[in-house]
Design a protein around this ligand. Structure first.
Ligand SMILES: NC(=O)c1ccc[n+]([C@@H]2O[C@H](COP(=O)([O-])OP(=O)(O)OC[C@H]3O[C@@H](n4cnc5c(N)ncnc54)[C@H](OP(=O)(O)O)[C@@H]3O)[C@@H](O)[C@H]2O)c1
Length: 241
């Protein structure tokens, strides 16, 4: 069987690197996208020596970089089966403390990037009448104090997920989102120990998640076993939200 090809954004981050590992170990050819963290992507490549993983630097706020990422993937592998939009930025601020530039910046990363990258891969997927797009959202899409703007970006991403699934289902493109709860990564390094304990208590399973809880769900959603699943927001949050 020909190896499948996947683009993973945010591959230099903790969740994205776990997703990259899981797909690479299943034999996928992975284009692992990073922006600033070259050191992290280099570490990931060392841990995946012998696997078919190629790094690509792109700032997903830039349409030019998005185009270059897709062109690179098609030129290298002549195919794109799966896109995982995992790159994302946090913003822990009250609305009144948030500047217009900060709002614009986070919407560019968390919403513009996934929309424009989906738009860039779609013509290829439509042509072969097959494709999977997975967006990494967040339980905070439902709203969260001190993270109103971040929550708004994830709410927008979930609405986009469902709408894109409706628009291109007839072309056999499946679009789903994975909505993690609190995952133990540096994105949450601003939380105090007390806040972490409160979050643990608020989940049915009594713990934070790990990137290892997220990656296998992405693998399943990309697989043939999930071929009747589209337009869904899959919560992976330990319950209780
Ligand atoms: N951690 C959690 O509790 C949690 C919960 C729910 C949802 N999520 C979502 O899960 C995803 C991954 O989070 P994480 O915890 O793994 O965070 P992380 O370790 O901070 O990783 C963030 C990733 O996004 C990339 N990124 C940020 N801005 C970018 C830009 N402008 N262009 C290209 N790449 C950009 C970063 O790349 P560089 O470092 O190379 O710049 C990095 O690879 C995010 O979408 C996040 O919102 C996380």
């Amino acid at each position: 069987m020909k190896n499948k090809v996947i683009i993973v954004t945010g591959a230099s981050g903790e969740i994205g690197s776990e997703i990259t590992k899981v797909f690479a170990n299943r034999g996928y050819c992975v284009v692992a996208c990073y922006n600033k963290s070259k050191d992290q992507i280099d570490k990931l490549l060392v841990s995946l020596k012998g696997k078919n993983v190629l790094p690509f630097k792109a700032d997903l706020r830039s349409e030019k970089d998005i185009k270059a990422l897709v062109e690179f993937t098609l030129k290298t592998f002549n195919n794109i089966d799966v896109l995982i939009n995992c790159a994302g930025a946090p913003l822990n601020k009250m609305v009144l403390d948030t500047s217009e530039a900060e709002v614009e910046d986070i919407f560019k990363t968390n919403v513009f990037g996934p929309i424009m990258l989906s738009k860039a891969v779609l013509p290829h997927m439509i042509e072969k009448r097959e494709g999977v797009i997975i967006n990494i959202s967040s339980v905070l899409s439902k709203g969260a104090s001190c993270e109103a703007v971040y929550s708004a970006t994830k709410g927008a991403l979930e609405a986009f997920t469902k709408s894109l699934a409706l628009e291109y289902g007839s072309a056999n493109i499946r679009v789903n989102a994975v909505s993690p709860g609190f995952i133990d990564t540096k994105m949450n390094s601003n939380l105090t120990q007390e806040e972490i304990e409160d979050i643990k208590k608020s989940t049915t399973l009594g713990r934070l998640g790990s990137p290892k809880d997220i990656a296998p769900i992405c693998l399943f959603l990309a697989s043939e076993e999930a071929e009747f699943i589209t337009g869904q927001i899959i919560g992976v949050d330990g319950g209780g939200f």
